[in-house]
Structure formats: C-alpha cells, structure tokens
Design a protein around this ligand. Structure first.
Ligand SMILES: NC(=O)c1ccc[n+]([C@@H]2O[C@H](COP(=O)([O-])OP(=O)(O)OC[C@H]3O[C@@H](n4cnc5c(N)ncnc54)[C@H](OP(=O)(O)O)[C@@H]3O)[C@@H](O)[C@H]2O)c1
Length: 226
C-alpha cells in the first residue's frame, strides 16, 4: 500500500487532482510547484499533504522535497512538465534555448530527483511514474520540442525499469486534459471538450494499485468505469 508519495507540479492540473485523490486515500504527499502561494492554498485543506514550494530544476528544491519525504518513498510522480513556447513553433524556428529549458524540466530534473530518491524508493520497493504524452510517439507539427522531451523521458523510464527490477517504473500517458498547459498549447481555442484531469486519476490509481510490469501505459487503456 502506498503511504508516502512525492508529486511534482502539484499546484494545478493533473498533479493537483492526483494529490487530492492520494490524500483521500490517506497517503502522505509531498507536493511541489514553483508558485508557493498557489500551491499552499491548493493543498491547505488536504490532510497529510506537505507543500514544498520550489522549482524541480533547483537542486535545493529537490533536496527539500526529499527531506520532507523521509526515508521511505512508495510513489514518486514526475508530473511537472514544460510545454515550451506558445504558440508551438515548428522545428525550423525552434529556439535552442527554449528546447534546453524543455529538456531541463522534462528530463534532467526527473533524472536528478530520481537519483536522490532511489535509496528511499528501494527501501519501499516503490513506484516511479513519469507523465508521458501521445506527442512522445506521434509526429504532430509544432510538437517537436515537447515531444522530443517526452520521448526521452519515456526512454528514461524504460531503462530505469530494467535497471531497478525491484521498483515499478511507468511512463503514463494521460491523454488530453483541460488544463493550463493544454490551453497554452492551443492558444485562443476552446478546449472545453477536453476531459478534466480528475477524470484521468482513476486510471493512474489503477496502474499503481495493480502494479503490472514496468513499461508505458495509456490512461485510455486503463479506463475505470465511472
Ligand atoms: N494537459 C494535457 O492535455 C496533457 C497531455 C499529456 C501529458 N500531459 C502532461 O501531464 C503533466 C501535467 O500537465 P498539466 O496539463 O496538468 O499541467 P498544468 O496544469 O500546467 O500544471 C503543471 C504544474 O506543474 C507545475 N510546474 C511546472 N513547472 C514546474 C517546475 N519547473 N518545477 C515545479 N513545478 C512545476 C506548475 O505549477 P507552477 O507554475 O507553480 O510551478 C503546475 O502546478 C505534464 O507533465 C504534461 O506534460 C498533459
């Protein structure tokens, strides 16, 4: 049973929806996001949730997250993501510095946070989940930077899964969700037909509860009847 979790990017969107659901289950959650006021107010009423404001790219913030979690981590969720420029530029115009920022948050921060967390994850026989996207496997114009980051993160999860056979390591593709990031990807468009992030949480919980073999899983394939 999951008792201690870290969720990055927990101030809004899917990370907040997941944090709420974990708190409902009695899980002690260390919740991280950059906007301290928004994060603290979002989790203020959630029992067992410890807000640790900070940027996952900041070594001190990663250390603070680990210190708050303690010596046993059952679940580490690399949910914080970086879309890159909006509107999404084609690769012909993609600024290298913007891609570097996407890769810092998408790939390097999860690597370094995982490295810090591994002793506590091993102690718990824990689970690591990275948030993937269909843009990691499909070729959509404009999604080259974000998609390259998510493809790299998928491969990170795949290799971690074989290197750490006592852990469960999943790349989880949530599908489209009505969030701030999704709106930035489609500026000016009506995204009200996209599902709320709360509707994806049951698929995520099914994944960590059933603990299938490490690998890449789509929420759509884990759908839980309402
Ligand atoms: N929405 C979709 O349709 C969709 C589809 C596929 C995959 N995903 C993936 O799902 C995950 C969650 O996305 P979302 O749509 O829920 O995003 P969101 O609503 O924009 O929320 C992102 C959260 O991450 C935090 N965050 C961003 N950068 C951070 C950083 N460097 N350090 C710490 N926290 C950071 C943000 O808060 P602060 O700004 O306060 O830091 C916010 O709380 C992402 O990995 C995304 O790529 C989303």
């Amino acid at each position: 049973m999951t008792t201690t979790a870290i969720v990055t990017g927990a101030g809004t969107g899917f990370g907040l929806a997941l944090t709420r659901a974990l708190a409902d289950r009695g899980v002690a959650v260390v919740a991280c996001a950059r906007d301290a006021v928004r994060l603290r107010s979002a989790v203020a009423d959630l029992p067992g949730v410890h807000a640790v404001p900070g940027d996952v790219n900041d070594p001190a913030a990663r250390a603070a997250v680990l210190a708050a979690a303690g010596e046993r981590i059952d679940l580490l969720v690399h949910n914080a993501g970086e879309l890159g420029p909006s509107p999404l530029p084609t690769l012909s115009d993609y600024p290298a510095g913007a891609l570097r920022a996407v890769l810092e948050t998408t790939l390097l921060a999860p690597l370094q946070l995982t490295q810090l967390a591994l002793p506590a994850l091993r102690a718990a026989g824990g689970t690591v989940v990275t948030l993937s996207s269909d843009a990691a496997v499909e070729a959509y114009p404009g999604w080259g930077g974000y998609g390259a980051g998510k493809a790299a993160l998928d491969q990170f999860a795949a290799v971690l899964g074989v290197e750490e056979p006592d852990l469960a390591v999943y790349a989880f593709d949530p599908g489209d969700m009505r969030t701030a990031m999704h709106q930035r990807a489609f500026p000016g468009e009506d995204i009200s037909d996209r599902p709320q992030p709360e509707t994806v949480v049951p698929a995520f919980l099914r994944l960590v509860d059933e603990r299938p073999a490490s690998g890449r899983y789509r929420a759509a394939d884990l759908a839980v009847p309402a």
